[in-house]
Each structure stands twice: as structure tokens, then as C-alpha cells.
Design a protein around this ligand. Structure first.
Ligand code: ADP
Length: 477
């Protein structure tokens, strides 16, 4: 049995802005089922959704600051979550990265360097918790200083750094580095320095014993200039210690047979009942309640990464077909505005909800016929996995984890029953439109469509296999 400290800036259901929270909320549970002793550590944000099982554990002094550590558990489990409490930094309304008005926190470097220092103290059993880690598993830039600080220590745990998204790096000025009072030995291009800037993510990439990304394909892509953000050379240099492990999903939360957030449960054997959810979704979005019109859903952060500009440019053409489109998301104000305008122009075909709403996300997965995900890059992507489990066929771009998890409906894959969705190559309106048309055409062939839904729903996206891969890695390290 290993003692694993899982360091993350978000964890579902306590706090979530994206896929990292889903991973941090489910991988530790899967590891616990493999008899590992996992502890999760996150900041104690103002916005955390906590139950009444929170207790104070200790106070640790780092960088001349007294930081409290509280303890809770992931719901219905024995997985302990340690909460790093420093109200000056984490006690304000907002999400982990922005204030309540969507402005990035001005003190992100201070916040997450403090968080990393505390994680180091905890992992080394210097925080009065009577627990020393064998493995510290860090995630994304917010935890990137941990592997760097640990290389300065004797008798340290082994470190794993998982990249969920290369696009967010935690870059700050050299002056910030000085102000943070970080060890001078780490200011060099082999550690935290990146073109005379402080790079949190580089701490993880340069200093961790092993690096993983959340899909095999993305592990290859980030070694190229197109996806590497200037770190492709270092990543390629470390390619022997770099691999991709595909994310699983929480198959209890995302299960059409038992999902309590949708009006009608269904399974691969009772697929016809899915129509009840479609009607409910059309009603929610005030669209004509027509069981036969193909309904395309989209949920996600409205940012460049997700190809939202392509979607907007494509919608003008999509509405020429008998089709409905529903969207749930928030992000770039320009995108939000343009999407809203389109919904006013085509009220019978396009419906848009700006915001974050987990209940509605489940209804969209259950009620749509197709799910659109034309990402420019996608480290793993979770929505295409949820979609397949709900028999909602994904239309995706062939990139990152989307390429690893969706099998394009081609004559051979249809014949051998492996097809689960629709895939296009180029990030262009033409390519996307052609593929949507291909999906709409197949939709008219009820038998073929139902077979694809069944192929998709029967796929195993549970954490089991991936958790075993992480465990093998920990054992190796
Ligand atoms: P990313 O991590 O890049 O945001 P993923 O597809 O890996 O993308 O994960 C996104 C997760 O966040 C999914 O669980 C998705 O359902 C959820 N999500 C994103 N936007 C919203 C929203 N507006 N409302 C509800 N859930 C959302």
C-alpha cells in the first residue's frame, strides 16, 4: 500500500471549474479501491461546498505565515481531503482562478506558492498530521512548485506531475519570484526559469520524477511546437519519463440508468426512453417539442480552445437543415454575446444558456442526439465520454483525447460495430459542416443510428484501467 498525496486546485463536488475537478474527485476514489492510502489537498476557498464533517487539524508555519489545515472527506468515501486555510488568500468569493466578476486574481502567484509550500510540508510529515507521503501526485501549474521544492530535500517522496492543460502555465515576472522568497537555487532554465520569467508549470515538467498527460495522443502533441507553448523541447527531452493515461469518468455520477438529475432513466436496453429526456430538454430551452428533429448539444467553457468561434460561424449554415442546437456554457464575453444573438435570430433552432449548471449539463447529455466538441486542442475531454455513455453521439475534431476516445463512423467501423461518433480533421468551418451533415444523414437511418448508440454506451470508460496504470507508475517510481 502506498501513501499518495494528490495535490489539486479543485475537486468535485467541493469546487469545480472544469475537468481537473472531475479527475481529482474520482481518481483518488479509484486508487482507494485498489487499497491505496490517498489524501487529497486543496485550498480552503470561500466557495467550497462543504458538509458538516469538517474539522480543524493543525497549524503549520510556512514563509512566515500561519496556515491552518482542516480535514473533510470526499462524499460517501474514506478519502481524506486536507483543506489549506489562509483567509487572506482564499477567503474571498469567486472561483479558484477569478473573483466573482470573472477577473483573474491579482495574487495568484502568492496563493498557489503558499499552497505548494504547505503541500511540501504535509508530504514530508512536517505538518503535525503524522503522515508521510510515498508519492506526491501534482496536477497542473497550480501545484508545479511542489516537485521543484522537493528536489531540494533529502528523503523526499517520488513526484508525478500530470498535465491536464498546457495552455495554462502560471507565468510571472522575475520580480515576483524574488517577492515570493523562493529558493535561489531554483532560478535557472533547468527548474523554474522560463525566458527570464517564473513558470510554475515548468517546475512540474522539469523537476518531477515522472510526467503524465491525460491522453496518449496529447502526450505526443505537446512535444511539438503547435501544442507545446515553448516547452516542447523540454518535454521531448524528457520523453522517456512522459506518457499519457486516459482519464476515466465517475460511472456512478454519469450513469443514465441511475442519474437522479434527469427525468427519465434509460439503458442500452431501453434506449427508446431517452426520448422523454429529449422532450424535457426541448421544453427547458423553449424549442419546439419534436421527437424527430435531430438535437445537437454543447456544454463547455466558451474559450478559443473549445473551437467556439467555429461553432458560431457554422451555426448560420447549420440552421439551413432541420436541426436544433442547445448550448450551456460561460466564458469569453464576446462569444457569449454572439451566441445569444444567434438564439434571438433563430429562436426555433438555437437556444443558449449562459452560466454553469450541473443539473442542466446532465439533461443535455441525456436529451441530445449528438454532442458537438470541435476543440482546437483537447488534452482529454470528458464531455465526449459522458456523451457516449448517454448514447449521445459525439461530433469531434481529431485532436488530443478526442482522437483517442471517439471512433469515426466509417463503413468499416460501422460494419464491425466499433463506430461511436463522428470525427473531422481540420479546424475549419467546411470540415465541421461536412461532418455535421454526415451525422445528420446517418440520423435518418434509425437502425444504423441505434447501433452506434449501443456501441458508444457499451464502451468502458470507468477509472479501473487508468487507476491501475497510475498505480503501476507509483510502484515503478
Ligand atoms: P475542460 O476541463 O477543458 O473544461 P473537460 O471536457 O475535460 O473540459 O471537462 C469539463 C467539465 O466541466 C465537464 O464535466 C463539463 O460537463 C463541465 N462543464 C463545463 N462547463 C459547464 C457548465 N457551463 N455547466 C455545467 N458543467 C460544465
Amino acid at each position: 500500500m502506498r501513501k499518495i498525496l494528490f495535490v489539486s486546485s479543485e475537486v468535485h463536488p467541493l469546487i469545480k471549474t472544469g475537468g481537473l475537478a472531475d479527475v481529482a474527485g474520482s481518481l483518488p476514489l479509484a486508487l482507494a479501491e485498489l487499497d491505496q492510502e490517498v489524501r487529497v489537498i486543496i485550498p480552503k476557498y470561500h466557495a467550497l461546498k462543504l458538509g458538516d464533517d469538517v474539522e480543524y487539524r493543525c497549524t503549520v508555519r510556512v514563509d512566515n505565515k500561519d496556515v491552518n489545515i482542516f480535514e473533510t472527506r470526499l462524499p460517501d468515501s474514506n478519502v481524506i481531503v486536507w483543506l489549506v486555510d489562509y483567509p487572506d488568500y482564499f477567503g474571498h468569493p469567486g472561483n479558484p482562478y477569478t473573483d466573482e466578476f470573472g477577473n483573474a486574481w491579482l495574487d495568484s502567484a502568492e496563493r498557489f506558492s503558499l499552497f505548494c509550500r504547505v503541500a511540501v510540508e504535509v508530504s514530508q510529515n512536517r505538518a503535525f498530521l503524522d503522515w508521510k507521503a510515498d508519492i506526491v501526485h501534482c496536477n497542473d501549474w497550480q501545484s508545479g512548485l511542489v516537485p521543484a521544492l522537493l528536489i531540494l530535500e533529502p528523503n523526499r517522496p517520488a513526484t508525478v506531475f500530470t498535465i491536464h492543460n498546457m495552455a495554462y502555465q502560471g507565468l510571472f515576472s522575475q520580480a515576483e519570484y524574488v517577492a515570493l522568497n523562493l529558493p535561489g537555487q531554483l532560478w535557472h532554465p533547468g527548474a523554474l526559469e522560463f525566458h527570464e520569467m517564473l513558470s510554475f508549470i515548468k517546475g512540474g515538467i522539469a523537476c518531477a520524477d515522472h510526467i503524465t498527460t491525460v491522453s496518449p495522443n496529447y502526450a505526443l502533441e505537446i512535444q511539438t511546437a503547435e501544442y507545446g507553448y515553448g516547452l516542447e523541447g523540454l518535454l521531448h527531452h524528457r520523453h522517456h519519463e512522459l506518457n499519457g493515461i486516459i482519464n476515466g469518468i465517475d460511472v456512478d455520477i454519469w450513469n443514465p440508468e441511475t442519474d437522479t438529475r434527469i427525468p427519465q432513466n434509460y439503458s442500452v436496453k431501453t434506449l427508446a426512453k431517452k426520448a422523454v429526456n429529449k422532450a424535457a430538454l426541448q421544453k427547458q430551452y423553449s424549442l419546439p417539442e419534436d421527437p424527430d428533429i435531430p438535437l445537437i448539444g454543447l456544454i463547455g467553457r466558451l474559450v478559443d480552445q473549445k473551437g467556439i468561434d467555429l461553432v458560431i460561424d457554422c451555426l448560420d449554415h447549420i440552421v439551413e437543415h432541420p436541426v436544433q442546437f442547445v448550448l450551456l456554457g460561460s466564458g469569453d464575453k464576446g462569444f457569449e454575446h454572439r451566441l445569444k444573438n444567434l438564439s434571438y435570430l433563430f429562436p426555433d433552432k438555437i437556444a443558449v444558456r449562459i452560466g454553469y449548471n450541473e443539473d442542466l449539463a446532465h439533461l443535455i447529455e441525456a436529451g441530445s442526439d449528438m454532442f458537438l466538441m470541435p476543440s482546437r486542442f483537447e488534452p482529454c475531454g470528458l464531455n465526449q465520454l459522458y456523451s457516449q455513455r448517454y448514447g449521445t453521439l459525439p461530433i469531434v475534431r481529431r485532436t488530443g483525447g478526442l482522437a483517442d476516445t471517439v471512433v469515426d463512423a466509417m463503413p468499416e467501423s460501422i460494419a464491425d460495430k466499433t463506430a461511436t461518433g463522428f470525427v473531422f480533421e481540420e479546424a475549419s468551418i467546411g470540415a465541421m459542416l461536412e461532418t455535421i451533415k454526415r451525422a445528420l444523414l446517418l440520423y435518418t437511418n434509425k437502425r444504423a443510428w441505434t447501433q452506434l448508440q449501443k456501441n458508444a454506451m457499451r464502451k468502458d470508460f470507468s477509472w479501473q484501467k487508468s487507476a491501475e496504470q497510475y498505480l503501476n507508475l507509483y510502484n515503478y517510481l
